[in-house]
Design a protein around this ligand. Structure first.
Ligand SMILES: C[S@@+](CC[C@H](N)C(=O)[O-])C[C@H]1O[C@@H](n2cnc3c(N)ncnc32)[C@H](O)[C@@H]1O
Length: 312
């Protein structure tokens, strides 16, 4: 049973305290994690911000610098942490992470095994999904990476939910004391097929495994290994298309035709089925438009899922 404290730490429905981690938000692509320390200041292009002014304010608040600039102080949720963490390895991002959490069928109380830990990007979301009574056991054979991940889980308040082990999972498999305890196993390893037999031993009957691989050759090799003990083998590639939503001024002719490269704006205001595109009725007034982002992320990898066969 986990100490009740871990539930409290996961809740951001409270005010900022000395020692808390906050995400200082300038804009969606300019954020950084800062540990609040009463005597410290944050300096950026908007001025100097005293941490002491932040203490006692709610997460999500807007705070001002000595010269009137401002930033937002956001809670270190897994969604934001993934965007600000220090990259020690390639990491999983939100599109793949959300898919993994859903298809591994994670709910509070689940036990999840993961390897490798890498930068802990996925582990952070796994931990929140199984909190407050579940547990994530994550393994990496790289000692410094494992230690850095442990420090990060301390900072983000997840250390009661995640145990980081140093182990060569491809060579040795998962530890024998975890046999049969896992609801789900996640592999992000260069040769996942070497770890699949051990992952199968760790899973409860009907448990789900997911393996992330950047190349289709790895998927084929993993799938061959999966067929002996697993069923319902499926591979997905999650391709995310991001849209930029901007307010623009248009003249009447443009508003009739739409703008090149964008979707033609819809003349209706806030129609529920067309919520991303709309315009105000008066020509010349600002129009809100959505267009595909030029920085859209393409291929990240393949997610192969499989369910352990139940032996009657
Ligand atoms: C791409 S990273 C994982 C990133 C992680 N999914 C994330 O979202 O932050 C792969 C990790 O696997 C670890 N690794 C590679 N081979 C391993 C092995 N045989 N046993 C354990 N870990 C291994 C590497 O050290 C590396 O940290």
């Amino acid at each position: 049973m986990l100490p009740i404290d871990s539930t409290k730490k996961l809740s951001f429905n409270r005010n900022i305290s000395d020692g808390d981690l906050v995400i200082v938000y300038e804009k969606h692509d300019a954020m950084k994690a800062v540990k609040v320390c009463e005597k410290s200041v944050l300096e950026n292009r908007f001025g100097v911000f005293k941490h002491s002014d932040w203490i006692g304010k709610p997460f999500g608040c807007k705070v001002s610098s000595h010269k009137g600039g401002f930033v937002y102080l956001l809670a270190p949720t897994p969604e934001l942490w993934t965007l600000v963490l220090s990259h020690r390895t390639q990491i999983l991002y939100i599109a793949d992470i959300s898919f993994v959490v859903m298809y591994l069928e994670l709910i509070p109380g689940c036990v999840v095994l993961e390897s490798g830990t890498g930068s802990g990007s996925l582990s952070t979301s796994l931990a929140r999904a199984i909190a407050p009574t579940g547990h994530v056991y994550t393994f990496d054979f790289h000692e410094q990476r494992a230690a850095a991940a442990r420090e990060d889980f301390e900072k983000t308040g997840l250390s009661d939910l995640v145990t980081v082990g140093v182990r060569d999972i491809q060579g040795e498999g998962f530890p024998k004391d975890l046999v049969g305890v896992a609801d789900a196993v996640f592999l992000d390893l260069p040769q996942p097929w070497l770890a699949i037999p051990s992952a199968g031993e760790m899973l409860k009957p009907d448990g789900v495994l997911c393996s992330f691989s950047p190349c289709i050759e790895q998927v084929q090799r993993s799938s061959e290994t999966l067929t002996s003990k697993f069923t319902d083998i499926r591979t997905f590639e999650v391709l995310l298309r991001t849209y930029e939503v901007r307010e623009v001024k248009m003249d009447q002719s443009q508003s009739e035709e739409g703008t090149p490269g964008s979707h033609r704006p819809c003349k209706r205001k806030h129609r529920a089925s067309d919520a991303s595109l709309w315009q105000q009725d008066n020509s010349g007034s600002p129009v809100v438009m959505a267009r595909p982002s030029s920085e859209a992320r393409g291929h990240t990898g393949y997610l192969t899922f499989a369910r352990l066969k139940c032996v009657a």
